[in-house]
Ligand binder design. Structure first.
Ligand code: SF4
Length: 703
């Protein structure tokens, strides 16, 4: 038996793992005691990774459907990729490069992302490449850029140990980032003075353990943060020197929050004014580390929410120092890496912006292409809407399951059925999206491929292959390279853009693209990561190590060098509850399942925590509808309905119901949770409002 050092492929904590194997089969996994993200700890999902590797259910061979009505049948890789290149080239010739799209995943490696991004923006000539990270992180990206000037979380995990207040907003850390939560628990034990404040409409496990829980109404975070700033100003708890020396835009925000007295915000947010004042005082006492995630991001005003929280840090000067800072937690294991290589419809490699002509020219030079197209591509929701309208005719879905995870499922599935040619590249055969594939390409999974990933604290870890992939499965980046060379032939180009034979060669090109940028990693190589272990960016050539915290000198990567206060008032949710749909539906994670359960759903042990999807509802709301605990109910929204059993939950606020995001059509009646959710998106980030939809619940009646 041997052990191979790698990293967990689930959440953004990015825990190091040691994979036990005999060279052909993964037999076990344990936490890597040397990895600074987890020091040997693993949560239930990480500790069962080897069971997902043993569970079967894999895509083993390419499968092609000759016509939409027919069955897919096994074909060779050569036939599969020749067909794929023919079909994509034909669409590009007949309808232009914007008639094709690629939809990626935050579960991919940085190298995978880099190649697919270059394929679309450098070879095909459109920016129609986006990712499921759009559903989880894009508001955080835009929030950081709007205020701090760059998409760079300034804090690190060590700050948990040094904080005086941990302010958790829109995150159930105990379930969604469990190893990080263990670190919070340890910090509380070591420092009894440490206070934890949780902002969450639900009384989650994280909220239950908090010193102060603000159970705000969904979508009212901006009003809460503005009211806290109002209190800080009134009580002279702001850092006027920091504001004067390192920020801009303060007078406008100061005037804006005047209208958010705690008493008024209490009306909007549905929490007592005294609790808002207490939260503000704890925030000012600090040092305060804010941890936030989907509750802020998955909103039609997600950027405003992120930025309003960052305003609090700027106003109190709590950034760039140990124990404080606005720290956005990434949902997926490599959402950060995808952002680094610009694998979104509006970004370019190394945090360059598509709308910046200089940046486009730099990338074109790096890649050796004439130009990078200026027109932004379609972000996730818009990409599938375009496919449904027939504007995207060839679509490639890589390592993700949009026929489950995107909002307003009925329309998404119409889109998948409508595209002329759909490639689904997947490790696991039984996903809702794979059922629609015209061409199914088998991909390597965790423990089977080389590469790198970046976790929430900007720390880059190496992914290493312990065993070869099963059947004919291949690494995602290698499939993209093989396809790209064939497409180069058909588009009359020389085979020059994709010379890579190894993941390391892709990494080396990505590394060079970061030279002189805020995330400069020119000092890192695979060899250095192997010998010195995971490193945080930036780590430029000559640096002794990566940098733990950013902005310690108070200089920000904006034109003026100052951080910017963001000035935007509170706006209600896109679809407020009303007489017809009087309940507010929130969706979220469970402790032991991951995303659409294509992996964790295969492991019986992980069903022990929650065996069946249930709608959580307050007993008073159930009584008003004459519903009994455990009864089958129909949940309806303007977009669709599903049948599910209801569970009485006194911790749920009245007027609100909760469904886990994990169950799709494979595990429940109907199309799953997202048949109900609304596709309203943040105007800046394009992130959909998965945290709120107006619904009604009624007895299912006779079946
Ligand atoms: Fe994996 Fe996240 Fe659990 Fe760590 S906390 S073991 S990264 S799922």
């Amino acid at each position: 038996m041997a052990e191979t050092r790698s990293v967990c492929c689930y959440c953004g904590v990015g825990c190091g793992v040691l994979i036990a194997h005999d060279g052909t089969r993964i037999t076990g996994v344990r936490g890597d005691p040397a990895h600074p993200a987890n020091y040997g700890r693993l949560c239930t999902k990480g500790a069962t990774l080897h069971l997902t590797a043993q569970a079967g259910g894999r895509c083993l061979y390419p499968e092609l459907r000759e016509d939409k009505a027919g069955e897919r049948r096994r074909v060779s890789w050569d036939a599969a990729l020749e067909t794929a290149a023919d079909r994509f080239a034909a669409v590009i010739r007949e309808h232009g490069p914007e008639a094709v799209g690629i939809y990626l995943s935050g579960q991919l490696s940085t190298e995978d992302y880099y190649v697919f991004n270059k394929l679309m923006k450098g070879l095909i000539g459109s920016n129609n490449v986006d990712t499921n990270s759009r559903l989880c992180m894009s508001s955080a990206v835009a929030g950081y850029k709007a205020t701090l000037g760059a998409d760079a979380p300034p804090a690190c995990y060590e700050d948990i140990d040094q904080a005086g207040t941990i302010f958790i907003a829109g995150a159930n850390t105990a379930w969604a980032h469990p190893v990080l939560y263990r670190r919070i628990e340890a910090a509380r034990q070591a420092n009894p003075q440490l206070k934890v404040v949780v902002v969450d409409p639900r009384r989650t496990d994280t909220a239950r353990e908090a010193d102060l829980h603000l159970a705000i109404l969904p979508g009212t975070d901006v009003a809460l943060f503005h009211a806290m700033l109002h209190v800080l100003i009134a009580e002279r708890r702001i850092d006027a020197d920091y504001i004067a020396a390192h920020t801009e835009g303060w007078p406008a925000v100061r005037d804006l929050v005047e209208a958010y007295a705690p008493e008024r915000a209490a009306q909007i947010c549905g929490v007592p004014a005294e609790a808002i004042v207490r939260a503000a005082r704890l925030f000012a006492t600090g040092p305060t580390l804010s941890l936030y995630c989907q509750g802020l991001n998955q909103s039609s005003h997600g950027v405003d929410k992120n930025a309003a929280l960052i305003n609090l840090h700027l106003a109190t000067g709590q950034i760039g120092r140990p124990g404080c800072g606005p720290f956005s937690l990434t949902g997926q294991s490599n959402a950060m890496g995808g952002r680094e290589v610009g694998g979104l419809a509006n970004l370019l490699p190394a945090h360059r912006d598509l709308n910046n002509p200089t940046h486009r020219a730099e990338v074109a030079r790096l890649w050796g292409v004439e130009a990078v197209p200026a027109k932004p591509g379609r972000p996730a929701v818009a990409m599938f809407e375009a496919a449904r309208r027939g504007e995207i005719k060839a679509l490639w879905v890589v390592c993700t399951n949009p026929a489950h995870s995107l909002p307003n499922q009925t329309l998404v599935r119409e889109a998948l059925a409508r595209v002329d040619f759909l490639i689904v590249q997947e490790a696991f055969a039984d996903t809702e999206t794979a059922a629609y594939a015209d061409l199914l390409l088998p991909a390597a999974s965790w423990g089977e491929k080389d590469g790198s990933m970046t976790n929430s604290e900007r720390r880059i870890s190496r992914l290493r292959a312990a065993v070869p992939p099963p059947g004919e499965a291949r690494a995602d980046w290698a499939i993209a390279v093989d396809f790209a060379r064939r497409l180069e032939d058909r588009l009359g180009r020389d085979r020059t853009l994709f010379p890579y034979e190894t993941a390391e060669e892709v990494w080396n090109e990505h590394r060079e693209s970061t030279r002189g940028r805020d995330l400069d990693i020119t000092g890192l190589s695979y060899a250095r990561l192997d010998t010195q272990g995971p490193q945080q960016w930036p780590c430029p050539e000559g640096a002794a190590a990566g940098r733990a915290r950013l902005y310690a000198d108070g200089v920000f990567p904006t034109v003026s060098g100052r951080a910017r206060f963001h000035c935007a008032g509170w706006q209600p949710v896109a679809e407020p509850a009303d007489a017809e749909y009087p309940l507010s539906l929130t969706t979220g994670r469970l402790r032991d399942q991951w995303h659409t359960m294509s992996r964790t759903g295969l492991v019986p042990r992980l069903w022990g925590h929650v065996e069946e999807v249930m709608l959580l509802m307050h007993p008073e709301d159930m009584a008003a509808r004459q519903l009994r605990d455990g009864e089958l109910v129909r949940v309806r929204s303007r977009r669709g309905q599903l049948l599910v059993r209801v569970k009485a939950e006194a911790d749920q606020r009245t007027g609100q119901v909760f469904l886990p995001m994990h169950w799709g059509g494979r595990f429940m009646a109907g199309l799953g949770t997202n048949v109900l959710t609304v596709a309203a998106c943040d105007a800046v980030s394009g992130q959909p409002e998965l945290k709120h939809a107006a619904v009604e619940v009624e007895a299912a009646g006779p079946m």
